[in-house]
Write a protein that binds this ligand. Sequence first.
Ligand code: MRU
Length: 352
Amino acid sequence: MDNVIDFDRYDRIRPIRWTGDSLELLDQRKLPFVVEYVRCDDSDAVAAAIHALTVRGAPAIGIAAGWGVVLASRTVEAANGVEAAAKLEPAMQRLNAARPTAVNLAWALARMRRVLTAAGSDWRAVLEREAQAIAEEDLAANRRMGALGAALIPPGSGVLTHCNTGSLATAGFGTALGVIRAGVAEGRIDKVYAGETRPWLQGARLTVWELQQDGIDPTLIADAAASHLMKTGQVQWVIVGADRICANGDTANKIGTYQLAIAARHHGLKFMVVAPSSTVDMETPSGDAIHIEERDPGELFGVGGVRTAAEQVGAWNPVFDVTPHELIDAIVTERGVIERPDAAAMKAAFGG
Ligand code: MRU
């Protein structure tokens, strides 16, 4: 099938804007009703924005952290990169601590650290170029993954996605949502279902908003409706993003992903994970070793600031889960498609 993807049509949303002396983040806590950028003038403001989900999504928080290091560099005097690296390390540690599960954050900081320690007196310019490169490479990876992932989907398919994996979560176009955009453009996907994604409603607020702007009308479902949707034969693929893909293919993603994978296998549907290679963590052997972020239980007590839970209740709020590799039919990165991922296939694709 010809590649007929009009990328410009899908490239209107940018969650992260570098102005030359500050970072502007599209405030994802307020979408879709308020479209407002918040300005970060220093790296601690970026770390706070990552923690607060002002900017969110694995690739996006890596990109934001890269610019956070550039902002931190403005406060440091150093003759060369090695000296600067030592002075910037505390700020980098604070950025890294903002969220634990998505490996893209640590990956971007390691990349910034690596170029910095090799830099001479031009270390500031080196950092700025690297932050820009991280963003540009992410956009290119998403476009490539869109084409690779869409090619797996037979024409006339229905798909279900979870959380938000679109332009808002990346430098642009999206990971799983990029595959969905490409699949719709190529006539492979007829119907898109988006799960609400409690408690932050990334699906209901962000994915629906993004797709509507492309002229794609998703159908929203309650998270609890997913198994019934699968049983009624309306979807053939579940397509999700990832926050960390381990050396054996086990994948951490937004809470609720694991139960979708179990239900998909039960109903004989296919399950696709789409993520750039910056999400692959070959140093973590399996999902058991992933630090799953637990957020404030208060996030579960209401919707949009209105309390819905009975008073005095306790709550447990893990915000990611791990899908075992056995339940994944394909992992799509910009380097290619890994079908039925396991340790050997991951090693062949990404090295030891
Ligand atoms: O808590 P969030 O909104 O940052 O979680 C985001 C997800 O889990 C996404 O599915 C994942 O980061 C992939 S985004 C391309």
